[in-house]
Design a protein around this ligand. Structure first.
Ligand code: TRP
Length: 334
């Protein structure tokens, strides 16, 4: 499946809720577009999700549904490797070894940990602190060259680089030192209720986000309620018109147009007509993905077979790196 002359792209996503169009246009669509030009390895980071409280049955269901959604959105198992993190035990094993090669000081500087731990109150989980080391293990097991992530994860990729370099220096060259990768066409979709904040599925206001699974009428009604700005002109101006700008960007993304072209399409429209048109465009764009998702969810065995095959292939790649690491750190081997 993999071509020695191509670079390896590696990325993961947590099954922490239902995917929104922010996840789709910010990450998943890029994953799909990168297939072919790179050796692509994508995974569902269910072990990372345990760093915050989970209802076990929900985590299990979301891990399955997120897998089905990635397939429905176009991650192609004939081109890319797709697997679930907890199915490949090498992640946990390498994480331990890297824990013993990471420092409290560098870990304490992780801004996501500082933000998230502030919200966990008194009983902060050790896993939350260790999350970036597990992420480093994920990346380093696959000789990854490029790691596409959002801005909130670039510090973690930087840590993975530091850990890799340190290990290579302390033992001998072992890991490929990865680089973060910012796709040219990545979009940052903002909340429909507060366009100065990123769209997030954890928002208390369900009108703030569009889920990949939202039915057409729900999508259109959420867009009708989207916050706009004063005035009546439909122009892109992030500073003064964050609401309209966000809607223009969403429309441009969905239709594969430039923002300028999107502005031109609505030069004479009212806000109300514009919002309806954006809602319809998003619903049209999601419809085929949704029907493929519905089909896949009903064909559970088919999805599970893909994940099983993915976990076997991933385990084989990861085992080669892990064996090397085990030998270097001094584990007794048969
Ligand atoms: N931490 C990432 C996120 O929440 C998910 C993730 C886990 C990941 N391991 C990774 C992304 C390795 C890229 C590479 O978005």
């Amino acid at each position: 499946m993999f071509d020695k002359d191509k670079k390896t792209i590696f990325s993961g996503i947590q099954p922490s809720g239902e995917f929104t169009i922010g996840n789709y246009f910010g990450a998943i669509k890029n994953w799909v577009d990168l297939q072919g030009d790179y050796n692509c390895i994508y995974f569902i980071a269910d072990m990372h999700s345990l760093t915050v409280p989970q209802v076990p049955a929900d985590l299990r269901r979301r891990t399955f549904e997120c897998s089905a959604m990635l397939l429905a959105a176009g991650v192609d198992p004939d081109k890319s490797l797709l697997f679930v993190q907890s199915h490949v035990s090498a992640h946990a094993e390498l994480c331990w070894i890297l824990n013993c090669n990471s420092y409290m000081g560098e870990m304490s500087r992780m801004t996501q940990y500082k933000d998230k731990s502030a919200k966990q109150g008194e009983n902060i989980r050790v896993g939350l602190f260790d999350y970036p080391v597990l992420m480093a293990a994920d990346i380093l097991l696959y000789n990854s060259d490029l790691v596409p992530v959002g801005a909130d994860q670039t510090q973690h990729v930087e840590l993975a680089r530091n850990i890799a370099e340190r290990f290579n220096n302390n033992y001998s060259p072992t890991f490929t030192v990865p680089e973060g990768y910012i796709p040219e066409s990545g979009a940052r979709i903002m909340s429909l209720a507060d366009p100065t904040r990123k769209m997030s599925k954890s928002d208390e206001n369900a009108n703030a986000y569009i889920l990949m699974k939202d039915p057409r009428d729900v999508i259109i009604s959420k867009f009708k309620k989207a916050v706009t700005d004063s005035g009546h002109e439909i122009v892109h101006d992030r500073e003064n018109k964050p609401g309209i700008s966000n809607l223009l960007e969403i429309y441009a993304c969905v239709c594969g147009k430039s923002v300028k072209e999107a502005e031109a399409d609505f030069a004479t429209s009212s806000y109300a007509d514009f919002k309806l048109a954006v809602g319809e465009a998003v619903a049209d764009r999601l419809a085929p993905i949704q029907s493929e998702f519905d089909r896949l969810v009903k064909d559970k065995q088919y999805v599970m077979d893909i994940l099983k095959d993915g976990s076997e292939k991933a385990s084989a790649i990861a085992a080669r790196v892990l064996d090397k690491v085990k030998r270097k750190v001094g584990y007794l081997q048969f």
